[in-house]
Design a protein around this ligand. Structure first.
Ligand SMILES: NC(=O)c1ccc[n+]([C@@H]2O[C@H](COP(=O)([O-])OP(=O)(O)OC[C@H]3O[C@@H](n4cnc5c(N)ncnc54)[C@H](OP(=O)(O)O)[C@@H]3O)[C@@H](O)[C@H]2O)c1
Length: 254
């Protein structure tokens, strides 16, 4: 990965550029979570709206500016929520906070590394992810075909069964009760559609990569019923580096 670039602050106006800073003092202030339960999503899209490049992964459209913000958002989160499709496609393992951001987490009273929380109907998750530290939370259904595999690898308190379908309200409730109210959802598109439909998404951090890919990739929020009327959002801030735009969009509450 190239060195982290300086970030221009396009919005709000009058803000100095954010120079490279191993401790990320400015970015941690800009992206601070509000108190209480808050669900932030962080996604990247090409200019033509694709959530992946030709290889079916987001790595082929991201770059150093996105990586800089990605690490800060992980550094601030209590827990990282993903759908099993993303965990498999992007080969997730237990998140590791870079040394330089450990003081950020410690100042917030957070453990050094945030755990993953994964939602799945099938339960087909690699043992390397289930056995990794910090141990992940997994939310699934009693009839999941890979339930035995999950039971063999997870402590009881990390495996949660939802009869009738994984309920995102209950997922977030369980995490909040466990002291993990500040959620960072890293996708994927279908899990995010469920969160939007259930009116549970508070914020979308969206990186627009300066690239056009055509093809038939999904959008960053994809599937499920239309949000009608569309959910309005306002920009809390908008950053820029080398054509990459990084927005923090807060969704309006009805
Ligand atoms: N551009 C970006 O920032 C970004 C971010 C993340 C992912 N991606 C890309 O998105 C693609 C994956 O897309 P996707 O929509 O399939 O991802 P996804 O939402 O992570 O995965 C869908 C799978 O997650 C599980 N799942 C999702 N919602 C669920 C719910 N409410 N209840 C129970 N299980 C649920 C199911 O897993 P089971 O199949 O195990 O039942 C479902 O098949 C990959 O190509 C990945 O690279 C891009």
């Amino acid at each position: 990965m190239e060195p982290a670039p300086a970030l221009d602050v396009l919005l709000p106006p009058g803000h100095a550029p954010i120079a490279p800073d191993p401790a990320e003092a400015s970015l941690t202030r800009l992206y601070a979570y509000p108190p209480g339960r808050w669900v932030r999503a962080n996604m990247i899209a090409s200019l033509d709206g694709a959530a992946t490049g030709a290889d079916g992964r987001s790595g082929s459209i991201n770059g150093a500016a996105d990586h800089r913000v990605f690490e800060v958002l992980r550094g601030l989160a209590d827990v990282i929520l993903v759908g099993a499709g993303t965990a498999r496609a992007e080969r997730y393992r237990g998140p590791r906070t870079p040394e330089r951001l450990l003081p950020v987490r410690r100042a917030l009273g957070l453990p050094d590394h945030p755990p993953l929380a994964v939602v799945t109907r099938r339960g087909d998750l690699p043992a390397a992810l289930l056995d990794d530290e910090p141990r992940p939370w997994v939310f699934t259904v009693p009839e999941a075909p890979f339930l035995g595999h999950l039971r063999a690898h997870l402590p009881k308190d990390r495996l949660h069964l939802h009869p009738g379908g994984v309920d995102p309200h209950r997922v977030l409730g369980t995490l909040a009760e466990a002291g993990l109210p500040h959620v960072l959802c890293e996708g994927g598109p279908r899990l995010l559609a469920d969160l939007v439909t259930a009116d549970l998404l508070d914020e979308l951090c969206l990186t627009q990569a300066p690239a056009v890919v055509a093809g038939d990739a999904t959008r960053v929020v994809h599937g499920g019923p239309w949000a009608d009327p569309a959910r309005a959002a306002h920009p809390a801030h908008l950053l820029h580096a080398d054509g990459v735009l990084l927005g923090r969009w807060v969704l309006a509450r009805d």
